[in-house]
Ligand binder design. Structure first.
Ligand code: DQA
Length: 138
């Protein structure tokens, strides 16, 4: 069984409540349960943190023994050299995802420290961006 982990960065614990016109009304817990049912051939773990160092610790912890990391680093995408370096350091392929199309938003969201070291990038498909990332491991 392939081992995947979804890692969500800051403020994504508020999904469903936060700016629903951009991020939708479904909570991540409900969505994750749907994903686990639908893709039961995968083991899908989940980690969320609002703290940059905790995200780096988790990437290091799983990055040599999981088959894939699906990472939405949220705001840290645009600022974190440390998370970018962590992705470069580990062996597990990382798929960068975003709910919104960051290129259609403010200029500061056009920069990503994740993309240069990611295997691929999926953005702009709402919460389904995560599901498309799972498809890349099928
Ligand atoms: C986001 C886009 C980021 O720019 C933003 O800071 C987020 C969420 C997305 O999934 O669309 O928190 O990563």
């Amino acid at each position: 069984m392939k081992k995947l982990i979804i890692i969500n960065g800051p403020n994504l614990n508020l999904l469903g409540k936060r700016e629903p016109e951009i991020y939708g009304t479904l909570s991540f817990t409900d969505f994750l349960n749907q994903l686990k049912d639908k893709y039961s051939d995968f083991s899908i773990d989940y980690f969320q943190s609002n703290i940059e160092g905790e995200l780096i610790d988790k990437i290091q912890e799983v990055g040599f023994n999981y088959d894939g990391i699906i990472l939405n680093a949220a705001a840290y995408t645009h600022t974190s050299v440390g998370i970018g370096d962590a992705i470069k350091a580990v062996e597990t392929p990382v798929i960068e995802v975003h709910i919104s199309n960051t290129f259609a938003r403010e200029e500061f969201r056009h920069q990503s420290y994740i993309s240069p070291n990611a295997k691929g990038v999926i953005l702009g498909f709402g919460i389904q961006s995560y599901e498309l990332a799972i498809h890349s491991f099928l």
